[in-house]
Ligand binder design. Structure first.
Ligand code: ARG
Length: 452
């Protein structure tokens, strides 16, 4: 069986039907398609393009299809090409002739643009909630381990002691920006294209502003060609999602390193570790590794959509159908990643004795020695050189910096006093940080309490 082919002399080739249909992706759009059609029918009714009875019958029929879909009784047939024609055909079966009026002053071009916008808006709302949940898991973990001191790293080399909570708060900052990006693109996505028709609008007395209002969208399109042509909102969504996935991937990689026996900073509970088929001792952080692994695929979908869009001439082009699967795939993947990361953070134990031991490496106190000398009015570059020479001396002697005597230290700078020896303590080092946004305990505690 074929659709819309009265003007054709041949049936569509079967293999071509299989190729052009979009029912696999459209499974994710059934609910929003029906939501759009209900708004469209209501608008047509209010504009006098449908009688009250016709409008009521169409809306009731659409609600029945929605219920059927939710009960798993409405499935899409590839022969009808897409979700739009499937819904229309089912509506005709349910209510008869009135169904033939639903598509008045509408094209599948503005219809699919609306469906995808509504779908993306749904994903944005979901991700915003999930980011909030993940952020509170991180905040809880930071607060519960507020005293834990660990090495901070640059180039994955030990740099300076920091609070574990400060590192966790860094991830929260990233997530807050991700949240902001979703809020920004939400505004540009919440624009109704309904009423643009195929690309020229219509001579029938429709009201696109009313359609937007009925859909709960703040505004409608300004230009009918643009409304059906562009998918920049999909690309923006995929960028925001990719950026978020990159942050989650970095977080995942950090946790994987922290959870190694070599670091031992954190332990994941059995709720987020998986077994080896061969090695009985293994408890692997696979779920977190998969989060790291998923980022590449999401970034790929961004390039996929940008590449599809870049060569398109103005107007609706069927290539646009190819922008649906990336949005659907990325929505599902990002949602899974955000969820797993929240579970992982909730199940993470911080081994504060191990982090403190690692943070007690005296080498990480050299910057504090430099600041000590700067406080005694030694110019920064000179202080840096003097401490570098001290480091070289200790390395030459093959001893730890903290075992040097005051006299030895004074041979590199006469400014050292006995209080300099007390600097070799990671807690002292952390407490000494007072600058804005630093790891200083007082500041981090204030952040932790404000985010609780
Ligand atoms: N299935 C199409 C899509 O997903 C919508 C239909 C528009 N088709 C057309 N021939 N104008 O973009």
């Amino acid at each position: 069986m074929q659709v819309l082919r009265k003007a054709f002399t041949q049936q569509l080739d079967q293999s071509v039907t299989a190729f052009v249909n979009s029912v696999d992706a459209d499974e994710a759009l059934v609910e929003v398609d029906i939501q759009g059609s209900i708004a469209h029918a209501t608008m047509l009714c209010q504009q006098g393009l449908l009688t009250e009875a016709q409008g009521t019958s169409i809306v009731a029929g659409l609600k029945t299809i929605l219920a059927e879909y939710q009960e798993g009784k409405f499935t899409l047939n590839p022969v009808f090409e897409d979700v739009h024609m499937n819904v229309e055909k089912r509506l005709e079966q349910l209510i008869g002739q009135d169904a033939l009026r639903l598509h008045t002053a509408r094209s599948r071009n503005d219809q699919v643009a609306l469906d995808l916008r509504l779908f993306v808006l749904g994903q944005i709302a979901l991700h915003k909630t999930q980011i909030t949940v993940l952020k509170s898991a991180i905040a809880k973990c930071a607060l519960a381990n507020i005293e834990a001191v660990m090495p901070g790293y640059t180039h994955l080399q030990r740099a300076q002691p920091v609070l574990f909570a400060h590192a966790m708060h860094a991830f929260m900052e990233m997530l807050e920006r991700d949240f902001g990006r979703f809020c920004d693109l939400e505004k540009r996505t919440a624009v109704s294209p309904l009423g643009a028709g195929a690309q020229a609008g219509t001579g029938l007395p429709i009201d696109p502003h009313l359609s937007a209002k009925l859909l709960g969208l703040p505004t409608c399109f300004n230009n009918s060609i643009d409304a059906v042509s562009d998918r920049d909102f999909v690309a923006e969504y995929l960028f925001a999602a990719s950026m978020c996935s990159v942050h989650l991937s970095q977080m995942a990689e950090t946790f994987v390193i922290w959870a190694t026996r070599e670091f031992g900073f954190v332990t994941f509970s059995d709720a987020v570790t998986t077994a080896s088929s061969l090695m009985p001792q293994k408890k692997n952080p696979d779920p977190v590794e998969i989060v790291r692994g998923k980022a590449g695929g999401m970034m790929g979908e961004l390039i996929n959509v940008l590449s599809t869009l870049k060569g398109l001439p103005l107007g609706y082009n069927r290539d646009l159908q190819e922008t649906k699967p990336p949005a659907i795939k990325v929505g599902k993947e990002l949602s899974g990643c955000l969820n797993v990361m929240a579970v992982a953070v909730n199940s993470m134990t911080v081994n504060s004795a191990t982090t403190l031991k690692a943070a007690s490496d005296p080498d990480m106190i050299t910057t504090d020695l430099v600041e000590y000398l700067v406080n005694k009015s030694v110019p920064f570059r000179k202080a840096h050189e003097e401490v570098s020479a001290l480091v070289a001396f200790a390395r030459e002697k093959n001893v730890s910096l903290s075992t040097l005597t005051l006299a030895e230290m004074q041979s590199f700078s006469k400014e050292y006093d006995s209080d300099a020896l007390a600097l070799f303590d990671p807690v002292v080092s952390v407490n000494a940080k007072t600058s804005y946004g630093s790891t200083g305990t007082a500041r981090v505690k204030a952040v932790a309490e404000s985010r609780d």
